[in-house]
Design a protein around this ligand. Structure first.
Ligand code: ADP
Length: 627
């Protein structure tokens, strides 16, 4: 602004200088021409600089020139200004100058306005050219978009770089092309190009997704928008078209949709219920199987805390479980399966196996729980256990059949002894003699001892065949093994040479005695049967402490060893090499040992034969503590 003001004042000073010079030149000219013109003519002469000053310098310069001219004229008249007609000339000069100044100033302002409008037009033209350049840069910069303009008849007028790239026609080729060129043949035949322009004209603007052609003849799915360009007077100037290739986008959208519906169909059909929660425990998704299992419709539980699906104490603790995991990152259930209780809508609970997976994406962590209803499988398991218990019992009773004759023989001994003692006492009492009393007392004591022995045998047998629940008690390993051997070898005393190695003494285990004895008897019977055809038959019964608080009991023989055909399936039911074998013995043994908290396995005996090992839980107060 200051520069402009400075420029203006310099300009004015120059102007006034020019006025002054013009007046001086005119005065000199007038003085020179005085010979030809009279004094009067000098005023007329000064009209020239006045006109020039007024026209080029404006009112100020004109007045200045007029006054200077007046002064100079007075000088020429040598001070002879007479009142009366002497004043007429200068006054006429001043009036004429005033008129000239007014007209000149009008001409000046007109000239200025013309100049100003001329320079404004030039500025506007420059601005327009700059905007056009920027616009075309912008349009060409949008390379993902084909942007082009059609004339009212549908011929290309403007074609951007994006259109070249997308459609394949260079700008020079495209200009003048009819828009039908860009439509596939069927759309062209159906008159779609014209219909599209008509629609844009009537609606002003519309967009759609449709197929278009490239120069090479290939088709692509385009998102097209067409706008009719109408000028303020309502005339159609043409159409602006913006077009984007969405083939890839549509394909990935379709792939995503296909993937999602595939996943949905899997989740609808898998028997496992699926529940997805966020890291705050809010339910995000609830599968059809989950609806069936828990009895809640999905819309009723979405957004609720997942603990509504669990009974106490998990219900109250679940928030804490989640918080702990999010804080520490240490998983407890994630990645593994766990048997827990679920809570149905009707308030009943059911056993379920829960596996939880974790997924993180888009800044949020979600957990997916797969729930398997164990109600049926637990019922089946309970039934299997029931049947197995039945089977074990039957096996024992049938084992009793084999033992019966020998047992009768064993019972016979004490009963015969009791009979003999009682008969002897009866004979002695037939003729009572006080001297016989000590003998009678001794006979009765022996009879009572034999009766107790018989009672003990009967009780042992009754216990053995009695059916009962797993009834654990603390049992001394040595006593347990020796008693089992005595029972198992009844009637087979000569079928094998039995050796014990039960170390250390006093080790106790927590087991169901009857069941473990049945296992040992079974193993001994198998060993004896395997060795039946050989003359040197040896049976070893040993025990030793194992790491982890277990005691290992082994039954080994020097028989032929287990046949290879069955060695890897020994503990499976109905696996037998015997013509009349049921193949149930070892599978029952395994069930029993596992129910007692141990395990059973087989290995060939070094030097020939078979060895069966079983482990049992050692009790705390056993002598062998500290392993
Ligand atoms: P079963 O005695 O009715 O065949 P088991 O389950 O008790 O059923 O035994 C399965 C099979 O294991 C037997 O048929 C036999 O082939 C093999 N077996 C078991 N114990 C021994 C052993 N001590 N020596 C050799 N083979 C054995």
């Amino acid at each position: 602004m200051a520069a402009i003001r400075r420029h203006t004042s310099t300009h004015q000073a120059l102007g006034y200088g020019a006025v002054f010079t013009a007046v001086v030149v005119t005065a000199l000219l007038g003085w020179g021409l005085e010979v030809w013109f009279g004094l009067r003519s000098s005023y007329l002469l000064f009209m020239v600089p006045v006109v020039a000053a007024a026209a080029f310098g404006g009112v100020g310069a004109g007045l200045c020139a007029a006054l200077l001219g007046l002064l100079a004229s007075l000088m020429f008249s040598d001070g002879r200004i007479l009142p009366g007609d002497g004043l007429l000339e200068p006054i006429s000069y001043l009036v004429a100058s005033g008129g000239v100044i007014f007209v000149g100033s009008q001409i000046g302002s007109l000239r200025k306005r013309a100049l100003a409008s001329e320079s404004g037009a030039e500025q506007r033209a420059q601005d327009a050219a700059r905007v056009a350049r920027e616009l075309s840069l912008l349009i060409d910069g949008a390379t993902e978009y084909a942007i082009y303009m059609l004339d009212p008849q549908g011929r290309v007028m403007i074609w951007n770089t994006g259109a070249e790239r997308l459609k394949g026609w260079a700008e020079a080729e495209a200009i003048g092309l009819d828009l039908t060129t860009f439509y596939p043949e069927d759309a062209r035949l159906a008159g779609k190009p014209k219909a599209d322009l008509d629609r844009a004209r009537s609606e002003g603007w519309f967009e759609e997704e449709d197929w278009r052609l490239r120069k090479d003849g290939s088709e692509f799915l385009a998102h097209v928008s067409i706008r009719a360009l109408i000028d303020p007077s309502g005339d159609l100037q043409g159409f602006a078209k913006v077009l984007r290739d969405i083939t890839g986008q549509r394909a990935s959208k379709q792939a995503l949709e296909a993937g999602a519906s595939h996943l949905r169909s899997i989740l609808e059909t898998v028997p496992d219920a699926m529940v997805v929660i966020d890291q705050g425990g809010k339910i995000l998704s609830f599968s059809a199987a989950a609806e069936r299992l828990f009895g809640h419709p999905e819309e009723a539980v979405l957004g609720l805390d997942v603990n509504c699906l669990m009974p106490e104490p998990d219900q109250g603790r679940h928030v804490g479980y989640l918080e702990r995991y999010v804080r520490t990152g240490v998983p407890h259930i994630i990645g593994t399966g766990r048997k827990v209780l679920g809570l149905k809508r009707d308030g009943t609970t059911f056993p379920m196996e829960l596996s939880v997976g974790e997924a993180a994406g888009a800044g949020q962590r979600v957990f997916t729980g797969f729930v398997r209803d164990l109600t049926a499988s637990q019922r089946t398991q309970a039934r299997v256990e029931e049947l197995q218990a039945e089977l074990i019992h039957v096996a024992r009773v049938s084992g009793m059949g084999a033992m019966a004759s020998t047992l009768a023989h064993e019972l016979n001994q004490p009963i015969t002894a009791v009979t003999n003692y009682v008969e002897a006492v009866r004979d002695l009492l037939a003729e009572p003699d006080p001297d016989d009393l000590p003998m009678i007392r001794e006979a009765l004591v022996d009879a009572a001892g034999q009766a107790l022995r018989a009672g003990h045998i009967v009780r042992r047998l009754r216990d053995f065949v009695a059916r009962g629940e797993v009834d654990k008690s603390v049992e001394d390993v040595e006593g347990l093994v020796r008693e089992a051997t005595a029972l198992g070898m009844i009637g087979r005393e000569n079928s094998a040479n039995v050796a014990f190695s039960l170390e250390p003494a006093g080790v106790a285990v927590l087991v169901d005695r009857i069941q473990i004895q049945q296992v040992l008897i079974n193993l001994m019977r198998n060993a004896v049967e395997a060795m039946a055809d050989q003359s040197d038959r040896r049976l070893w019964l040993s025990s030793q402490r194992e790491a982890g608080g277990f005691v290992r009991i082994s039954v080994s023989d020097n028989g032929p060893g287990v046949a290879e055909t069955v060695s890897d399936r020994l503990f499976t039911a109905f696996v037998s090499t015997k013509p009349d074998g049921m193949g149930l013995g070892l599978s029952i043994c395994r069930t029993i040992v596992e129910a007692n908290g141990g395990r059973i396995w087989f290995e060939p005996r070094p030097g020939g034969g078979a060895q069966f090992h079983l482990t049992l839980l050692q009790t705390d107060h056993g002598a062998g503590d500290g392993v």
